[in-house]
Design a protein around this ligand. Structure first.
Ligand code: GCU
Length: 733
């Protein structure tokens, strides 16, 4: 039988590329999972260490049966890895998010030195290279040595199960495929009976009909079967592998959205990056389980596992919980002519390794890949990717996440089977209403296209609060306002086949420096350490989690309030909320999800919300001056940017549009330099976007003042805006 030996312990680590011939001295002892960017990858400055490092481990010759093999399985080496055993190169892998094998057998000694060279250095052929997240380097998932007898199953996972459910007749036709070395037959069983199948050219498959099938029915009933494949030799089982699978049907309707098992099932959920404060992407099952629990708590029925292949453990958890998954490869932001082979190999590995998961319903080809511009090579790359995905899996559609500036009539959109857009109107630019208008216009123009909402969000630092929230102020208050608008958008458009809030969790983007936290994207509804559920988390919990009654008072972190009458906002999945102030019932409301009250404040008050058997309380106090700690931008207190007078309309000013300002050579010079600075604060994606023609077109119609407001005071402080305006006012139109 196969023997899977955990190889996570007793490694030696060093930032070198010279493969040692003996066990190296003085290297750092580490255990896996490990990343060398756990700290510098999330502290800002876009300066985390990217380079080549090495992990070495010594081990004794494993016991092998005659003809047996010993494979090393690495589940995550970011981003490029070379495997050496006793100085001999046995494997090379490009792509930091999938599993791969190296055959150690022929290089084994009695005492062995295994070295894995890993690199996350910049290059122009392995994705990702430009994106809004940290490309942590390291052996950041489990490593195992797998010994197998001469007759054994081959590959990861070595078994594919394709269930085709007939919901009306409660049956399923299940095809089981296996890949085999040595043996001439295998035994395949699902719930009991063994089916003997001949092996031809290393491949064996069979088809089993299941009667009275129990469906994999999303979060309601995510029922899983197990298919097992065995190899017998002289009446003994010599190798065995198994795979869980779920019987379900999926359908994507342009007018009605997503269907699961023949019933409308609007996919409403969140996205997740695989990292955590203090440990980077070197996650263990504990972190995976915590994240999945939060996805279930908010009541999401889908998760977009962005922007790459996640750990198998997480897809397993989604299978078990009935959470539907958008899986994707990191073909992202900027197309690289030399990267086509890598997109194909990453897509091949994603599909082969995630094929059996019933939770996965689509394969994402790319994310905002046109930010860096369009090209024929980019289009051809997508056609090849799309064809490969269809060849490897005829049961799931391909999709793409488009950047908001991609024209709706772009030919790129027609390549994938279904599509989605990432929109940030009401955060990066424009107004919240533009999100509604965008989708309504798109849906009216393309009624036969399936369209989803693959990203939307607004940053919030829980420290920042406001009685008058504004776009771009990084306050928890604005994040709630933003999401209340979007929640209404997605609830009133069932034809959006899926919506994925960006992001359930704050995550590391070392190039960022905004909202009072360096290196962190704060669009999460949960903080990077998973310790705080921001107020907006409870809005979606109210709308989506219909099982666990709760009531949540927003503003627990907004204790000091300068206003004489203040807003008290409550989120609850109960229909009736009562408000108690200092022990006295003051109001009661009947409604859905959001309950807003206004109360006078004079001193210190205890505010309690009651809904059914649930209560929540906060303490607030009236203060004379707004607490500057609540306001991002050093609390300069400059709420109005300008006194209105002093604008000479015969000259340029910040109130002119970008288009007008960029047309005049004098004003273009002044403004161009400033925009470069504003982009630099948003990391690599913004730098790529700088050259994006359609983004420039969109911004041409916006006033410089609105763009600066969005960039935030930390990028362009009010004093600098005044100086800029004074300079522009010297230039006659
Ligand atoms: C983009 C991108 C994300 C990024 C997000 C943001 O849409 O796909 O990777 O994090 O915008 O700017 O927060």
């Amino acid at each position: 039988m196969r023997n899977v030996i955990n190889f996570n312990s007793d490694w030696l680590f060093c930032k070198t590329s010279e493969v040692p011939s003996v066990v190296p001295a003085g290297w750092e002892p580490v255990s896996l999972p490990h990343t060398w960017n756990a700290m510098d990858g999330q502290d800002g400055g876009n300066d985390y260490w990217r380079g080549t490092a090495m992990y070495c481990k010594s081990f004794a010759r494993p016991e092998l049966e005659k003809g047996g093999r010993a494979y090393l399985q690495i589940n995550g080496a970011a981003n490029i890895a070379d495997v050496y055993l006793n100085g001999r190169k046995l494997g090379h892998h490009e792509g930091g998010y999938s599993s791969f094998l190296a055959d150690l057998t022929d290089a084994l000694f009695d005492e062995n030195l295994l070295c894995v060279v890993v690199s996350n250095a910049e290059n122009d052929y392995v994705y990702p290279q430009k994106a809004d997240f940290t490309f942590y380097g390291g052996l950041y998932r489990d490593v195992t040595m797998i010994t197998v007898p001469a007759f054994h199953f081959v590959g990861i996972p070595g078994i594919h199960v394709t269930p085709v459910a007939d919901v009306a007749n409660h049956t399923a036709r299940v095809t089981v495929e296996t890949w085999v070395a040595g043996a001439d037959s295998v035994c395949i069983r699902i719930s009991g009976e063994c089916r003997n199948v001949a092996v031809a050219d290393g491949y064996a498959s069979t088809c089993v009909i299941l009667d009275h099938v129990r469906l994999w029915n999303g979060t309601e009933d995510p029922y899983l079967y197990t298919a097992t494949a065995q190899i017998y030799c002289d009446g003994e089982i010599v190798d065995e592998i198994s795979a869980r699978f779920g019987c379900r049907t999926i359908r994507f309707d342009p007018q009605k959205g997503f269907f699961l098992n023949g019933s409308e099932y609007p996919l409403r959920g969140v996205s997740r990056h695989q990292d955590r404060e203090g440990i980077g992407n070197a996650l263990t099952m504990k972190e995976h389980q915590e994240d999945l629990a939060l996805i279930r708590e908010i009541g999401a029925n889908t998760v977009r596992l962005a922007h790459y292949q996640h750990a198998q453990e997480f897809y397993d958890l989604c299978d078990e919980s009935g959470i539907i998954v958008w899986a994707e490869i990191p073909y992202i932001t900027e197309h690289m002519p030399g990267g086509r082979a890598n997109t194909l190999s990453q897509m091949r590995e994603l599909i082969q390794q995630c094929y059996n998961h019933p939770s996965v319903v689509c394969w994402g080809l790319s994310n905002e890949i046109t930010v860096g511009g369009m090209s024929d090579d980019l289009m051809e790359n997508h056609r090849e990717l799309n064809d490969l995905a269809h060849a490897l899996d005829h049961t799931r559609p391909t999709t793409m996440a488009h950047a908001f500036m991609l024209e709706k009539d772009s030919p790129l959109i027609d390549i994938a089977d279904i599509g989605s857009y990432n929109l940030y109107f009401g955060w990066y630019l424009g107004t919240l209403e533009q999100n509604d208008a965008f989708f309504d216009e798109y849906h009216a123009k393309y009624p036969r296209r399936c369209i989803g909402f693959s990203e939307y969000g607004a940053d919030a630092n829980p420290r920042f609060q406001s009685a008058s929230p504004e776009q771009g102020d990084y306050s928890e208050t604005y994040q709630c306002m933003y999401h209340e608008h979007i929640l209404n958008l997605i609830e009133t458009r069932p034809w959006l086949w899926a919506t994925h809030l960006w992001n359930l969790f704050d995550f590391a983007a070392d190039g960022r420096d905004e909202g009072g936290k360096k290196g962190i994207n704060q669009k999460g509804l949960v903080t990077f350490d998973r310790k705080i559920r921001k107020d907006a988390f409870y809005l979606y919990k109210a709308a989506w989690n219909r099982k666990d009654p709760f009531v949540h008072l927003c503003g627990s972190r907004y204790a000091d309030r300068a206003e004489s009458e203040t807003e008290i906002k409550v989120y609850s999945n109960q229909e009736q909320v009562s408000l108690i102030v200092d022990g006295k019932a003051v109001a009661q409301q009947h409604g859905k999800n959001v309950f807003t009250f206004r109360i006078p404040i004079t001193g210190e008050h205890k505010v309690t919300a009651i809904a059914g058997d649930c209560t929540d309380s906060i303490m607030i106090r009236r203060v004379g001056q707004a607490n500057s700690a609540y306001r991002f931008g050093s609390g300069s207190g400059v709420s109005n940017w300008f006194d209105e007078e002093g604008f000479d309309s015969s000259c340029f000013s910040i109130r002119d549009t970008m288009g007008a300002l960029m047309q005049n050579p004098k004003t273009a010079g002044i403004v161009g330099a400033l925009m470069e600075k504003a982009r630099a604060s948003r990391g690599d994606v913004a730098k790529s976007a700088g050259s994006n023609a359609s983004l420039q077109k969109m911004m041409a119609g916006m006033s410089l003042q609105s763009i600066l407001r969005q960039a935030g005071e930390h990028v362009v402080p009010p004093e600098a805006v005044k100086q800029l305006n004074a300079a522009l006012q010297k230039i006659k139109k």
